[in-house]
Design a protein around this ligand. Structure first.
Ligand code: NAD
Ligand code: MG
Length: 496
């Protein structure tokens, strides 16, 4: 192993890591022609550079995965499960390092955020490990002279493309079910956050997955990403990212009719009825849009509050966010809100804040933007008295910015909540059981949270409708999405 494929990094928490920077293809670390620098969003300093996969390296990875699939698909489910369990254990052993790498590369506060991402990844690896030998098909009743059964078989070679807001966690959502179901994979990280996935590749290697089963690459979306999406040697594509890129991927994937799963953008409405527990609504609303600096696909970035409790909610919301959402360095224990991930995202969010002001929304909090220190820091920002036609109500901001509006009736708020191109999640706060169920029935979204916000479980399906995506991840459907049904007809004596 060449040392140039690894780099010693000094982390802000005092630890040193040996960070892989190459491409993990066919069980080996390799270099390529192009490199990309990755930046620490808290300091704007370059952390290191990583090698980028071009089309040639993607071709290599596909060839390796196709080869590996011939044997991997014959491996018993219990053995696949056992390897996933070992991978979970290895990840657990490295939890502190992985959390620190995630924090330095993405800006997530290490203790209050990044660590939870790694814990979630470990839990999902174990959950999927349990599935690996329990993926059943069915026997179909076809009469006495025939036996027909449908098996669930792996799709084959899967291309997986992940975003920067939950770099390792989103990768886990794709890697764990794909391997449990017997597929081989090529996964590509996002440009701004390649490090945690490369570190994780070492653990994949260490626990002994056969070479070529898991290929982990860094690469540009427009080069490696689009080549994965259109590659004729890949059978399925799973993507998490923006709606715009999701739509491009759907087109590219049509070249060989790949199965696709798309987890795209959102603009989740959060409805507070007058009978709600306001203190609880305030706390959930805050965590749902300020956590992870608002870079959450299910972020409840539009809040609708019934007129009777509107001012009370706003007052308490502001008080709570001020007190509990401290902006600061990802390596300070008290930090809840870190910097946003990149300069581009920083500018994009600040532009939206400007547009909010220009379009006449009332800024309740957030005017004191950070200008003095380095880093892509944005204060939690609350806009009130918003209207449906405002840009900040319509478009996904993906920052710690929320638009609050007032409503009068249930019909009115349902119409407003559904008035969006997105349909990922919606939240409803009320103590009225009938209303809660009626409202959840009427919301055009893939997920509804009653009296909470995004607190999904790995056991339950996760996914959106409309322009928020196609298909589900997590839970049993998240495993099934990595299988095909193969129907076998057995003639039990019917002669022609
Ligand atoms: P993005 O769409 O720009 O990038 C996502 C990934 O796609 C990256 O790995 C990127 O390299 C790759 N990519 C870019 N162009 C490509 C192309 N032409 N072909 C193939 N791949 C390409 O999104 P982002 O900026 O990384 O992430 C933010 C977005 O992701 C937000 O819109 C957010 O809502 C969405 N997101 C959704 C979910 C979800 O589960 N629904 C989760 C996280 C993020
Ligand atoms: Mg980075």
């Amino acid at each position: 192993m060449s040392e140039e494929l690894f780099q010693e990094l000094q982390l802000p928490d005092g630890n040193t890591v040996r960070q892989p920077i190459g491409l993990y293809i066919d069980g080996q670390w390799i270099k390529s022609k192009e490199v990309l620098e990755t930046v620490n969003p808290a300091t704007e300093e370059i952390i290191t550079k990583v090698y980028l996969a071009g089309t040639e390296e993607v071709d290599l990875a596909v060839k390796s995965a196709r080869n590996a699939f011939k044997e991997w698909k014959m491996v018993h489910g219990s053995e696949r499960g056992s390897l996933l369990m070992k991978l979970a254990d290895a990840t657990e052993k490295h939890i502190d390092t992985l959390s620190a790498i995630e924090a330095i590369d993405s800006g997530k506060p290490k203790d209050s955020n990044a660590r939870g991402d790694v814990e979630g990844t470990i839990a999902l690896l174990r959950y999927c490990a349990g599935w690996a030998d329990k993926i059943y098909g069915s026997v179909i009743p076809t009469g006495p002279e025939k036996l027909a059964y449908a098996k669930r078989v792996p799709v084959g070679v899967c291309g997986q493309i992940v975003p920067w807001n939950y770099p390792l966690n989103m990768a886990g959502w794709k890697i764990a079910p794909a391997l449990a179901a017997g597929n081989c994979i090529i996964i590509k990280s996002a440009e701004t956050t390649p490090l945690s996935l490369l570190y994780f590749a070492q653990l994949v290697d260490e626990v002994g997955f056969p070479k070529g089963v898991v290929n982990i690459i860094s690469g540009l979306g427009t080069v490696a990403g689009s080549h994965i999406a259109s590659h004729s040697g890949i059978d399925k594509i799973a993507f998490t990212g923006s709606t715009k890129v999701g739509s491009t991927i759907q087109k590219l994937a049509s070249s060989n009719l790949k199965t696709i799963t798309l987890e795209c953008g959102g603009k989740s409405p959060f409805i507070v009825f007058e009978d709600a527990d306001i203190d609880q609504a305030v706390k959930w609303a805050a965590v749902g849009v300020m956590f992870n600096s608002g870079q959450i696909c299910t972020a409840n970035s539009r809040i609708y509050v019934q007129e009777q409790v509107y001012e009370k909610f706003l007052e308490k919301f502001k008080e709570h966010v001020l007190a509990d959402y401290k902006l600061g360095s990802p390596f300070e224990k008290s930090t809840v809100v870190g910097p946003v991930v990149s300069k581009a995202q920083y500018n994009r969010v600040l532009d939206y804040i400007d547009v909010g002001k220009k379009e006449g929304a009332r800024m309740v909090m957030g005017n004191e933007q950070v200008t003095s220190k380095k880093g892509y820091y944005i204060h939690p920002t609350i806009f009130a008295d918003c209207h449906q036609d405002m840009t900040i109500v319509k478009e996904e901001i993906f920052g710690p910015v929320v638009a609050v509006s007032k409503f009068t009736t249930e019909d009115e708020v349902l119409e407003k909540a559904n008035d969006s191109i997105y349909g990922l999640a919606a939240m409803c706060f009320t103590k009225d059981l009938e209303r809660a169920h009626h409202v959840s029935e009427e919301l055009d979204t893939g997920m509804v949270f009653i009296n909470s916000t995004e607190n999904s479980d790995i056991q339950a399906p996760f996914g959106g409708v409309k322009m928020s995506g196609i298909g589900s991840e997590l839970g049993a459907p998240g495993i099934e999405t990595y299988t095909h049904l193969k129907t076998v007809h057995v003639n039990l004596g019917n002669k022609l």
